[in-house]
Design a protein around this ligand. Structure first.
Ligand code: MD3
Ligand code: FE
Length: 215
């Protein structure tokens, strides 16, 4: 007799998306309060800001960074910088717990000894989005990228190496972690406009941490 479907299996905690890309559902859920406290402390030193693209548009996503380097954009272009251009000060240090989580996620995905030197912190409010792009400002694209989603869910969109490659969509929720390396490190990706809502951990916002080896 078939099992009654009262105990349908939970969605897999570990979902390969493509070669080198792994989704770890809920991997950061327990660490979320510590991560959010760390983000608040970082934002006191290096406040979230809407940077300007080389084309002259303010980004809808507000950003800050921690670690030896921070990602910046202005009319001159995209790059990594050792100092916060708004204050002239070095970026806040990357908290040990941030680094440990990123390393653990990378190891799960098969990337041993990931040594991130930057964590970009993206803050989305309803309507904020990130257009389809590649992450190619890092010196060595041999290292993976690890991203952590916190707060309101978002629809993440990803394709392939070519801009015109077919896109897939994925709902990213509080505590979800993605690792992208190897053949998928330079895949195009973006985030659709955030829908309004309330999350107990973040209120009306989504936060995303992106760990990279940039220098
Ligand atoms: C796939 N951030 O900051 S994280 C970014 O949710 C960025 O804030 C998004 O894209 C966010 O550059 C997406 C997931 C992600 C990050 C890096 C990738 C997916 C990736 C690099 C290569 C392929
Ligand atoms: Fe990106």
């Amino acid at each position: 007799m078939a099992q009654p479907d009262l105990f349908a299996p939970p969605p897999p905690a570990r979902e390969p998306l493509s070669a080198g890309a792994l989704l770890l559902r809920g991997f950061a859920r327990d660490a979320a309060p510590e991560l959010l406290a760390g983000i608040a402390a970082i934002a006191e030193q290096a406040p979230f800001r809407h940077m300007v693209t080389p084309g002259g548009f303010a980004m809808s996503v507000a950003m800050t960074s921690c670690g030896a380097l921070g990602w910046v954009t202005d009319r001159r272009g995209y790059r990594y910088a050792g100092r916060d251009p708004d204050s002239g000060a070095p970026w806040p240090a990357m908290p040990a717990g941030f680094r440990a989580l990123a390393q653990a996620a990378a190891a799960e995905a098969g990337f041993a000894d990931f040594q991130p030197d930057t964590c970009l912190i993206n803050r989305y409010v309803p309507g904020a989005k990130l257009a389809l792009h590649q992450d190619r400002d890092e010196r060595d694209t041999g290292a993976p990228i690890v991203s952590v989603s916190l707060g309101l869910p978002a629809v993440f969109q990803w394709g392939g190496l070519q801009r015109g490659d077919a896109l897939r969509r994925l709902a990213l929720e509080h505590g979800d972690v993605l690792a992208w390396g190897g053949p998928s490190r330079l895949f195009h990706h973006g985030v659709l406009a955030l829908k309004p809502g309330h999350h107990p951990a973040t209120g009306a916002a989504r936060l995303n941490l992106t760990f990279r080896r940039a220098g």
